[in-house]
Write a protein that binds this ligand. Structure first.
Ligand code: FMN
Length: 443
C-alpha cells in the first residue's frame, strides 16, 4: 500500500437535521438515541464538542431555501423522503454549536440568491466575532426552482449568470468586510472615541447586479473575513472556486473522478486565477461504516443500505438535476441527458463509474444512499488505509465525514478510526492556531 506522508484535514458534514447524505438516516434505529431530538440544539452541540475533542477542523452544514418540487411536479417526494427538508437556517443552528466550542470551525452555507450581500457580510462577520475567528461561509449560487419562487423570482438566473452575479456579490462582501480598517476600534475613553471615523469607509458600490453604500455596521472581524468555501462541478463553477475559495468541498464516488476534479481545479487556480494552488484546500466527502471486524461493518452497511428508499433517490436527484426523472424507468440510462440543475452530477456518476452506475435505478440508489459520497466499509484499519491511499493517489487535502446516523456513526469514527489515523501521523493531535483559517492552512 502506498502511504501518504502528509497530514490531512477532517470536517463533519451535516445537511438538514434528519438526513445528511443518506435518506435512511432518520429511520435508522440508532439515529438520535438517548433522548436526543433532531430539532433541538443539544444534539448538535454535543456533536460539535465531540468533533472538537477529536480535533476536527470544522463542522459544516449545507443549506437551501426551498423544498424540491421537480419530481412528479410536486413537493410530495421531497417531503415524504426528507430530501433536504426540513432544512433549518444553518447559520442559526451552527451558532448554537459555536457557543459551546472554542476551537472547531463553524462553516455554514448561504446562497447568493437568498439575501443581499450586505446582510450576508454582516451575518458572517457577526459569526466570526462571536466564535473568535472560526466562521466559514460555503458560498452557493442556488439552483432549484422552488428556491427562486420563494424569493419572488419566476426562474433561477441562467447557470453562468448565477456565477457572474456571485462574483460581484463576493466583491461587495469583500469591500464591506474591509470597510473597517484593522485599527479602527480604538476605545479611547479619555478622548470619548470608540472608533476612529477616519478608519471606517463607505464603499459606494454600484455594479451590474448590486448597489451598496456601506460601511458595514459590524467592526472588522477576527479573521478579516470568514473562510470562503465552495462546491461546484461545472467549469464555470470551478472557475468561481479558483477565484474565491479557500476550501472546496467535492463529492466524487470514485478515485478516478476525484483525481480529475482535483487536477482540473488546481490548474484553473494556477493558470486562470493566478493563485498559489496550495492556498485552497480540497476535501472529499465520504461515508464511513466502521465495525470492530469486517463482518460487523458489512452487516451494518447491509442493514443501512436495505433501508434506503430508491424512490426517495429519484425525488432527491430530480431536485438536484432540476429535472423530473419520473418520466424514465429504472432501467433507463442518463447518458446524454442535459439538465438545468447540477449537470456535473450526471457526469460524476456516468463518466467514472466503470459500469457500476449505468442505469437510473443504480444512480438513484447511490444518490439516496450517500449523494455519491463513497461508502467505505471496514475495520478501523481498513478505513484508515482507504483514506491514506486516497490522499496518496488523488492528492487532496482531506475528508468530510458524512454520517449514516447521528451521533453514533460519528462516535464510532472518532473512537475507532481516529486513534489509528493519529498513530499513523495522518491527523492533528492539537489545534495549530486559534482561527479556522490558521488551522486549515497549517498543513
Ligand atoms: C458537493 C456539492 C455541495 C453543494 N451544496 C449545496 C448546498 O448546500 N446548497 C445549495 O444551494 N447548493 C449546493 N450545491 C450546488 C452548487 O452550489 C451549485 O449551485 C450547483 O452545483 C450548480 O453549479 P455547477 O454546475 O457549477 O455544479 C452543492 C453542489 C455540490 C457539487
Amino acid at each position: 500500500m502506498s502511504r501518504n506522508s502528509r497530514k490531512f484535514h477532517i470536517g463533519l458534514y451535516g445537511q438538514n437535521p434528519v438526513t445528511h447524505h443518506s435518506l435512511a438516516t432518520w429511520m435508522h434505529p440508532q439515529n438520535m438515541p438517548r433522548g436526543y431530538r433532531y430539532n433541538r440544539a443539544s444534539v448538535w452541540q454535543y456533536v460539535g464538542q465531540l468533533c472538537e475533542r477529536a480535533k476536527f477542523d470544522f463542522m459544516f452544514s449545507a443549506d437551501t431555501e426551498g423544498v424540491f418540487e421537480e419530481y412528479r411536479g410536486s413537493i410530495d417526494g421531497a417531503v415524504r423522503y426528507a430530501t433536504q427538508v426540513p432544512s433549518y437556517d444553518e447559520t442559526i443552528l451552527l451558532s448554537f454549536v459555536g457557543a459551546v466550542t472554542d476551537k472547531i470551525g463553524i462553516v455554514s452555507t448561504l446562497s447568493t440568491n437568498g439575501s443581499k450581500p450586505y446582510i450576508t457580510a454582516r451575518k458572517f462577520a457577526t459569526l466570526d466575532h462571536m466564535t473568535g475567528g472560526r466562521a466559514g461561509w460555503n458560498v452557493v449560487t442556488a439552483f432549484h426552482k422552488n428556491q427562486a419562487l420563494n424569493l419572488g423570482m419566476d426562474e433561477q438566473f441562467e447557470h453562468d449568470e448565477r456565477y457572474d452575479r456571485a462574483d460581484e456579490y463576493m466583491d461587495v462582501c469583500y469591500q464591506l468586510w474591509e470597510s473597517w480598517d484593522e485599527d479602527a476600534v480604538v476605545m479611547d475613553v479619555e478622548g470619548q472615541m470608540f472608533a476612529d471615523p477616519s478608519k471606517v469607509h463607505h464603499i459606494d458600490h454600484a455594479g451590474k447586479y448590486f448597489k451598496c453604500r456601506g460601511p458595514l455596521n459590524v467592526d472588522r472581524c477576527p479573521q478579516g473575513r470568514p473562510l470562503i468555501v465552495q462546491a461546484g462541478q461545472s467549469t464555470r463553477g470551478m472557475q468561481f472556486a479558483a477565484r474565491h475559495a479557500e476550501l472546496v468541498f467535492a463529492i466524487q464516488p470514485f478515485r478516478e473522478g476525484m483525481k480529475k476534479y482535483y487536477s482540473k481545479l488546481k490548474n484553473l487556480m494556477g493558470e486562470e486565477a493566478g493563485r498559489d494552488p496550495d492556498s485552497c484546500k480540497v476535501i472529499f466527502s465520504f461515508q464511513p461504516i466502521v465495525g470492530e471486524t469486517e463482518r460487523v461493518a458489512q452487516e451494518k452497511a447491509e442493514f443501512h443500505n436495505a433501508m434506503v428508499p430508491v424512490e426517495g433517490g429519484m425525488a432527491y436527484l430530480s431536485g438536484h438535476l432540476g429535472y423530473d426523472l419520473s418520466e424514465f424507468g429504472s432501467d433507463a440510462s442518463l447518458e446524454g441527458l442535459k439538465v438545468p440543475g447540477i449537470q456535473g452530477l450526471i457526469d460524476m456518476y456516468l463518466e467514472t463509474s466503470e459500469g457500476r452506475a449505468k442505469t437510473l435505478g443504480d444512480v438513484a440508489r447511490m444518490h439516496a444512499t450517500s449523494v455519491g459520497s463513497p461508502q467505505v466499509v471496514g475495520t478501523p484499519e481498513q478505513i484508515a488505509d482507504w483514506m491514506e491511499e486516497t490522499m496518496a493517489e488523488v492528492g487532496g487535502d482531506g475528508f468530510m465525514l458524512s454520517p449514516i446516523y447521528v451521533p453514533g456513526a460519528i462516535e464510532d469514527f472518532i473512537d475507532l478510526v481516529m486513534p489509528v489515523l493519529r498513530d499513523r501521523g495522518c491527523v492533528r493531535t492539537e489545534y495549530d492556531g486559534e482561527t479556522l483559517r490558521e488551522n486549515l492552512l497549517a498543513f
